[in-house]
Design a protein around this ligand. Structure first.
Ligand code: GDP
Ligand code: MN
Length: 348
């Protein structure tokens, strides 16, 4: 029974409780993966890990989205691996194209400047569509309409530990809206005007900024500047209704009009993270511990050995980046939430 499990210290500090094993209730929830047909063989091990460590006990659905139709091999192979219902959708072209208010010459110029500045994906137009889609549109896809929660999975990820409780039910019972595992620093060159645009938005729409927000996670000076901290959004478990709500809809629309998805290279990670930190009650955010996670090139491995043993983790604690002081942000998250660091984590 998950309720008799040893809890990671972080979950005790966060005062969360796990749904019981005999709780047969399932949430309206799904995995969601954006992928190309060519991503198939880097996605296959990701699905297998998520199924083996979690979904084989819960059988949640899995929605696959693509800007082009999935081919038959992709559908055959992935649907054989998913223990819930697998669904395949094409993204509407309005959600994967350059809006008419964007100056294409200015966007092209910005891309060549980024190549000179050696910004990763700096010259890529598809990458920008991906970031804009994950920021503003995935939760509007018709295949996600009936769901309340989602868990994002990308190619090349690993889950290192057994997850004994229903993560979606956990979100519901603890009133969580956004959960993450790793958090780190953004390259400033991808988002030079994102914070200035966000400040304009907050000035224009102060009603959307939550009174009990987590601004201190994204700003070290009460909102004057952005500290580059963001949740690493290749893993997200979240509320679709939060993204569909008035605050985020107004925010995304405002950012999209400003053009930074094309004139710069705004990522969905800083966009989601800033929004979650400003528009949610800070109690609605959650740091997931005990899972063990990898996406190139960073690892999370639970710091407590008894948790690693209980959850049959296959990660080496020496690889863990969660608590690094340089470049990673989860210490700042704990500070902003006024949570005590787990035992075993060295104080800064
Ligand atoms: P990174 O994690 O930032 O290095 O970016 P990825 O290459 O992993 O892309 C992020 C997610 O978007 C992954 O799930 C990819 O499969 C997906 N993705 C990236 N580019 C495209 C694209 O052009 N088309 C589609 N359909 N999916 C894409
Ligand atoms: Mn990725």
């Amino acid at each position: 029974d998950p309720q008799s499990l040893l809890k990671p210290h972080a979950d005790v500090a966060q005062k969360v409780h796990y749904p019981p094993a005999n709780d047969r209730v399932r949430e309206r929830a799904t995995f969601v993966t954006l992928a190309r047909n060519s991503d198939l063989w880097s996605l296959v091990p990701s699905i297998r890990h998520v199924e083996d460590r979690f979904n084989r006990r819960f059988h949640y659905d899995w929605v696959f989205l693509n800007d082009k139709p999935f081919d038959q091999e992709f559908i055959r192979v992935t649907s054989a691996l998913v223990s819930g219902t697998a669904k395949y959708g094409v993204i509407p072209s309005e959600h994967w194209s350059v809006p008419d208010w964007i100056d294409q010459d200015r966007a092209a110029e910005a891309r060549s400047q980024m190549v000179q500045d050696q910004v990763i994906y700096g010259d890529s137009v598809p990458y920008r569509h991906m970031c804009r889609f994950e920021s503003g549109f995935f939760f509007q896809h018709e295949l996600l309409a009936d769901y309340e929660f989602y868990w994002r999975v990308e190619p090349d990820i690993r889950l290192f530990c057994d997850i004994h409780y229903d993560v979606f039910r956990f979100m519901k019972l603890n009133n969580k809206k956004y959960g993450f595992i790793l958090s780190l620093s953004e390259y400033e060159k991808t988002i030079p005007t994102l914070w200035a645009t966000t400040k304009q938005f907050m000035h224009k729409f102060p009603q959307y900024v939550h009174k009990n927000n987590l601004l201190d996670f994204v700003s070290d000076d009460q909102g004057e500047s952005y500290n580059m901290c963001h949740f690493w959004s290749n893993f997200e478990v979240g509320s679709l209704d939060f993204w569909r709500g008035d605050a985020y809809q107004a925010y995304f629309e405002y950012l999209d009009r400003a053009g930074g998805f094309f004139y710069e290279r705004w990522g969905d990670a800083p966009v989601h993270s800033i929004a979650a930190s400003l528009f949610l009650d800070k109690s609605e955010l959650h740091f997931f511990d005990g899972f063990g996670y990898y996406h190139p090139d960073f690892y999370a491995c639970p710091v407590e050995e008894d948790i690693r043993i209980q959850n049959q983790c296959t990660c080496n604690i020496a690889d863990d980046h969660t608590w690094f002081e340089y470049y990673f942000c989860t210490r700042k998250y704990f500070q902003a939430q006024r949570l005590a660091l787990p035992p075993g984590v060295k104080p800064a």
